[in-house]
Write a protein that binds this ligand. Sequence first.
Ligand code: 0GY
Length: 298
Amino acid sequence: MTFTPDAGWLPYHPSPSKPAYTPPPGAVDAHCHVFGPGDAFPYAPERKYTPTDAGKSDLFALRDFLGFDRQVIVQATCHGADNAALVDALRAAGDRARGVATIRPGVSRAELADLHDAGVRGIRFNFVRRLVDPKPAAYYRELVDRVAEFGWHVVIYFEAADLAPNRDLFTSFPCPVVVDHMGRPDVTKPAEFDLFLRFMAEHDNVWSKVGCPERLTVSGPPEYADVLPFARTVVERFPDRVLWGTDWPHPNMKSHMPDDGLLLDLVPRIAPSEESRHKLLVDNPTRLYWGHVDRVGR
Ligand code: 0GY
């Protein structure tokens, strides 16, 4: 089946800059996606957007170009709960990738076991209303119970205003909980970020991804100067619970398409010491996705 990308959809950067910063051996891009290609892996009927295809070979080429050893591929909403494109990419990558899937009630134990075998280590719950329709709390809790035997964690994607109303749900998950993009703070209101910092401080099983300045910025590329202090604060306060990813191929970017090489060059600015960069890019993602972790991700 042929799919036409939405009008105004920006394709990923065709020729990113070679970064000046070289990631350490074992570095992991902990947030990226595969889209289709749609003729092999059709987009979900319930999707809220139709992207430009961004298949596994281009994803792996980016990994090598930027100097990463490994990737964590996160199921995007345009594929719904059909994880076929994700599994295909994971199987092709072997030990060089792990995945985060989307599942729905009714998923069988055999399907979960297959996902685990392919490299899936977590499930993603998306609370961003432009991407998915909301569900009752029991829906999420049931799915978390279903994956407990596999030792998986939960990735949650929400916007800043969603934290307070969902805090009880988020803190009820008995496993590591990884928040996408620092809970999407409004960078023009730094004081409001205290709520998120307290959420992390009070719950030692909560982790955060600290990339994606292109989604949060008001001041814009290539510096993303207004987002960096938020990321730096999270890295400084919670050095053992942070992850970084490119977010390639950058779904739903309407204002501009970031240059992935320049994004990587921001890492030394949000993690100024070599030790903090090693935790961010190597130790933390390796522990969570390639090792055995307990409830808090140790
Ligand atoms: C992201 C961001 C977005 C989309 C998705 O699953 C998705 O469709 O993740 C977005 O539109 O903000 O994390 O890559």
